[in-house]
Each structure stands twice: as structure tokens, then as C-alpha cells.
Ligand binder design. Structure first.
Ligand code: HGY
Ligand code: MN
Ligand code: MN
Length: 412
């Protein structure tokens, strides 16, 4: 069993430090992409990258890279580690940050140990993985992998009416490098599971072999404002009631499906949003996911058919806007096997699994062999301040990442 280990104290300190950065007036962790809070997190990460003696590079969409390349391996394709440090609203401290800080920790540990890797090592922090302020999610890695034009991405208008490019400019994170400037030899992302499987089965390491498809749409329902007291039910064109039927339809269909299909309505707004006015407009988001690409298409079609029927029945006008659409992704079988072997070598129980969440790895898989390592989430909770992973699990995951890196770039 390998005794070579990361500096656990340094990793855990940094996780907590970054977790305390970018909190709002109520103490909630809200580091939305390209916000001042995001800048605070980015600045802190860059200071740690520099302190580790790595070169800091930023590309045009604000992706941050910490690069370690000796003269001997200068022009070779790097092994890339990483994840993201932007968060959702009222987030936990581990989602994304754990992968970035573990990647930095592994590289710093190897550098301090005098390791001479056979290729450059890079840790990445991709811009706007969460997609909460600017859709789609995984935007920085999608652009990096060539899946979205950088100018188009920079012109994205956020939920607050701001433009991503201007905000990145304002916080000082529009770099000179073209996205994709470092083509990885391979990419490995360490992440908390954000689900209940590993904890429920008492397993320490997840070797993630695939990631489910994601469909994000915004639904707008136009009805007619009218008086809540005088309008008979039969005369209402109630956008709010129609929206409620869609939410119920999605839950009932997913629950009855006996498949891994999941459906979520995370954002909902009414206009004019007054207690005594029948809503004239309802706007809400639909997040559909399924590991099977064909089934995901069927779910989208079923939603479309339901909306058509509802529009006729409720005498409302319904329109859809596409926010994100990603097919399921299979990760590199060789790296997945190495993850299993590395876990076993350390005496850690490991199982293969599917990722329910989207990750930067699913985008970088378009340009290089990629895979992910999961560690357990307590009660499967994430995107929630009570998100938690035990220190021992965090350190175990980072040591498995260390072993994978050593195997992939076996140096002298
Ligand atoms: O949406 C997701 O799955 C990721 O957290 N961005
Ligand atoms: Mn994440
Ligand atoms: Mn997330």
C-alpha cells in the first residue's frame, strides 16, 4: 500500500479558507460566475498556485490554469486535473473546489518531493461550471473543448441582465490565451458524489464511468391577468395554474418511469406577482436528465406534447427556450480501471458508477481521455450549505488522485 501522501492539513485548510470566501451578508456561500465573490475566490486560488511555484495562465473565457512544466517536458501534452470554484446560491464548500484544490495539492506534493513527471502537470479551474448566472452550465470547459464559440459565450446575457464578457473584464479575468491552448494528454477530475450511493453502500471511492445527459429549457406561459375575486374559474386564462400542472406532470412522469430519469423545476416566477391578480405570465426552468440519450429525447418529446395539450385546455400560449443540452458521456475505460486499481492498492473499497451531476470532465472528454473519481457525500446532500464529506474521505480521494497522476506520468 502506497505511503506517499498529499499534505492533508494544507488541502483541508485551503478547502475551508476557500469555503469562507465569497459569502454574502447573510453568510451564505454565493460565488456566482464572474461576480465579485467569484473574483475573491479566483484571487485566492491564484495566490496558492503561485505559492506552489506554478505558472498561472488565464484564457479568454477566464479559465484559470496552474502549470508545472520543466524544460525537459516543455512542449508535451499535459496531464490535466481540475474542476471549478464557482458555486450555486447558498452552496456547500466542496462542490468543485475539492477537485481544484486537490489537483493543486497533488501537483505541489509531487513538486516538493522532487518528482520529475514525464509530461507537464496542469490544474484547471473552469469558468461558470454551475450555469446559475449564465446558461449553459459547464460553459468554460465547453468553450475550452471547442463546443461553444468563445465570442458567443462571452456575449451571454445572465439572469441579472449582465453580459459575461463584461463581467469577466470587470473582475480582471479575461486572459490572453485561446481556449484549448493546452491540449490535455488526459484529464482526471476528483469530485464529491453529490448523491447518496457511496455513503449508502459504505464505499470510499467511486470510479465514474459515465455521466448522464442533461436538458435545460425555460418555459414561458402567457395567460391573462384578471381580478382574483370577480373572475369565474371558467373564464380564467391562469398562467400560474398551468405552470403548476407542468410541475406536477414532470414529477408524476419521472416517478412512474422506473428509470433513472429525473426532472426538476428550480426557478419559477409569476407576473404581475400580486396576491389578488390572476398571473398573466409564468416563467420557469425545466432540468431533465437521463443516462440514456434516447430516453432523454423521449422525455423532452413527452413534455412538448403535454405543453401542447395544456395550451389548448387552458387557453394559454406556451413557448420554450433551450438553455442547455448535453448528450450522455462515457469516460475513458483505461483511466477508470486505473482508478479502481489505485483505490484497491490503498485498501479502499471502490465501485463503478454514473454521475448524476454535470461536470467539466464531460466537456474535456471531447478533447482528451477523461474520467472522474468520487468520494461520498453525507446524506447525499449537495447544492446546499449542509453539503459535507468527512476529512478522511477527502484525503483518501486526493491520495487516489496522487496515485493516478504518478501512474499516468510515471517520472523518475
Ligand atoms: O448542473 C449540474 O449538474 C452541475 O452542478 N453544474
Ligand atoms: Mn461541481
Ligand atoms: Mn454543482
Amino acid at each position: 500500500m502506497s505511503s506517499f501522501s498529499i499534505d492533508a492539513g494544507r488541502l483541508l485548510d485551503r478547502l475551508r479558507h476557500l469555503g469562507a470566501t465569497g459569502r454574502d451578508a447573510e453568510g451564505r456561500l454565493v460565488r456566482l460566475a464572474a461576480s465579485d465573490a467569484d473574483k475573491a475566490g479566483r484571487d485566492r486560488l491564484c495566490s496558492w498556485i503561485e505559492a506552489a511555484g506554478l505558472e498561472v495562465a488565464v484564457d479568454r473565457i477566464g479559465n484559470i490554469f496552474g502549470i508545472w512544466r520543466s524544460e525537459a517536458v516543455q512542449g508535451m501534452a499535459p496531464l490535466m486535473l481540475g474542476s471549478h470554484i464557482d458555486t450555486v446560491i447558498d452552496a456547500g464548500i466542496y462542490d468543485g473546489c475539492y477537485g481544484v484544490l486537490s489537483g493543486l495539492e497533488v501537483i505541489q506534493t509531487l513538486k516538493e518531493a522532487g518528482f520529475a513527471p514525464s509530461r507537464p502537470l496542469v490544474v484547471a479551474a473552469f469558468t461558470n461550471e454551475e450555469g446559475v448566472r449564465y446558461a449553459p452550465d459547464m460553459m468554460g470547459s465547453l468553450v475550452y473543448a471547442g463546443g461553444l464559440d468563445v465570442a458567443a459565450a462571452l456575449s451571454t446575457v445572465g439572469i441579472d441582465g449582465t453580459v459575461l464578457g463584461s463581467e469577466l473584464e470587470r473582475i480582471g479575468y479575461t486572459g490572453p490565451h485561446e481556449p484549448g491552448f493546452l491540449k490535455p494528454h488526459a484529464y482526471v477530475e476528483l469530485h464529491i458524489e453529490q448523491g447518496p450511493v457511496l455513503e449508502r453502500e459504505g464505499i470510499a471511492i467511486g470510479a465514474v464511468e459515465n455521466l448522464q445527459g442533461i436538458s435545460w429549457q425555460e418555459v414561458t406561459i402567457e395567460g391573462e391577468a384578471n381580478h382574483a375575486g370577480t373572475t369565474p374559474i371558467s373564464m380564467r386564462r391562469d398562467a400560474g395554474h398551468a405552470a403548476a400542472q407542468v410541475i406536477a406532470f414532470l414529477r408524476h412522469r419521472a416517478k412512474a418511469s422506473n428509470t433513472p430519469t429525473v426532472a426538476t423545476v428550480g426557478c419559477l416566477s409569476f407576473e404581475p406577482n400580486a396576491i389578488n391578480v390572476i398571473p398573466s405570465r409564468a416563467r420557469f426552468t425545466v432540468d431533465l436528465r437521463d443516462p440514456d440519450g434516447d430516453r432523454l429525447k423521449q422525455e423532452e418529446a413527452a413534455l412538448g406534447a403535454f405543453l401542447d395539450g395544456l395550451a389548448a385546455e387552458e387557453d394559454v400560449i406556451i413557448s420554450l427556450k433551450r438553455l442547455a443540452r448535453f448528450e450522455p458521456v462515457k469516460f475513458d475505460a483505461g483511466i477508470v480501471q486505473s482508478i479502481e486499481a489505485a483505490a484497491c492498492e490503498r485498501g479502499l473499497v471502490c465501485r463503478r458508477m454514473t454521475s448524476g451531476a454535470g461536470h467539466d470532465a464531460q466537456m474535456i472528454a471531447r478533447m482528451a481521455p477523461s474520467a472522474m473519481i468520487f468520494v461520498p457525500s453525507r446524506r447525499g446532500i449537495s447544492h446546499n450549505p449542509s453539503e459535507f464529506t468527512a476529512d478522511a474521505d477527502l484525503v483518501a480521494g486526493a491520495n487516489v488522485l496522487l496515485d493516478i497522476v504518478r501512474e499516468l506520468v510515471e517520472g523518475k
